[in-house]
Design a protein around this ligand. Sequence first.
Ligand SMILES: [Zn+2]
Length: 448
Amino acid sequence: MRLNPIALFAMAAIAGAAPQSAIAEPKALIAAGYVDVLNGDLVRDAVIIVDAGRIVAAGPASETQIPDNAKQIDLPGKWLIPGLMNVHVHLGLILPGIQMLELAGESEAALALRMADNAYKSLLSGVTTIRLTGELKHADLAVAHAIARGQFPGPRIFTAAEIVSITGGHGTTLEPTNDGPYEVRKETRRQIRAGADWIKIAITGGIGTPGGGVQQGLMMPDEIEAAVEIATRHGIKVTAHSGSSEATREAVALGVKGIEHGYFLDREVLQLMHQQDVWFVPTMIVSQPATFEFFRRIGAPDWYMARVKEVGVDHWNAMKMAVEENVNIALGSDQFPFEPNDGTTATIREAEYYLEAGMSPLEALQAATIQPARMLEADADTGSITVGKFADIVAIDGNPLEDFKALRSLGFVMKGGHVYRNDWGDDDARTVPLPDEEAGDGHYHDPF
Ligand SMILES: [Zn+2]
């Protein structure tokens, strides 16, 4: 039986290992307003009632009864939006640079603990759901299960487990990996057996891969087809790391349902993606100048920076065309969701890029909330402030449809009805400071 994070959550509750979110005491969030991302409606002078982890009522104060036993959480002047989502994350990410040296020889146990720390920081930064797009040694599954069981705090986690890769392809080591349809089938099955919610394949080279062009289609059609067929038989979808139009066209024709990065995509292939309901996860932050400071901070080598700059302009044009062609876009950063970038987090800066590329504020907010939920087929449970869904809610200083930069003030995080962060209150929330940007401490801690 394959268990998604929501099923695990339910199981944990049944088993009595109740996560902190399965509360019995209702809570009332009282704020200046909330955004209904399903339709763009603004509800001013808002009250949201939360019970047993879910939203049980939401509306203007004049129409929303606060139960007598409810604990009131007052957020005067603040706006509530759904918890943010980031669907291209590697909690164990090590980019070329100083980290690679510092973390050389990291044990599996140390990796899992580092990933758990990154998961907690992601949650504190307002990201209540993530999808992992390639991790190692199934540490991601251990972390995801531990969070679902309430053993430590973190976002809801969907994961593609390990990347199904080919020898010499992006995301691989020097070891031979999978060549030909039979080996790809076996590897796909292995990941599904381990608990993958998605399958991630790498069909072209990548920025971080020294060999193999970003635009070069490296995975053969029969290998792509093998991954898609096995995944489809198990009821799950395949997403592809792709830098090129050609490789994307081929992959979409073979049934791939997600395209990651899309550094070079022409209008025709974007139209095809729109027609075929293929999701685009742009990860703009990996190629745009506003985030170069991040790469300098981690000591990225010259060859890496040269590749980043090489793809930046085309990547930006692909993003703008994707907005024009109404491609379904779900936010992914390919950096830690909380990673400091340009004065905010990677997740929020990524959403700002979407706005700059032509989305309306509502569309950019949807790309960070309900759209990823739809992509993950989790929109019955999360992705909007809707009665019946999990109380995954964050608060910011203003109405984001009027001032999108208000997202940068995010200071309150609730997941499943439990408050994990409240910069404006004095209640039971633990407030753990986010990594200090000045100290350049966003991603690495001294080895134990
Ligand atoms: Zn990635």
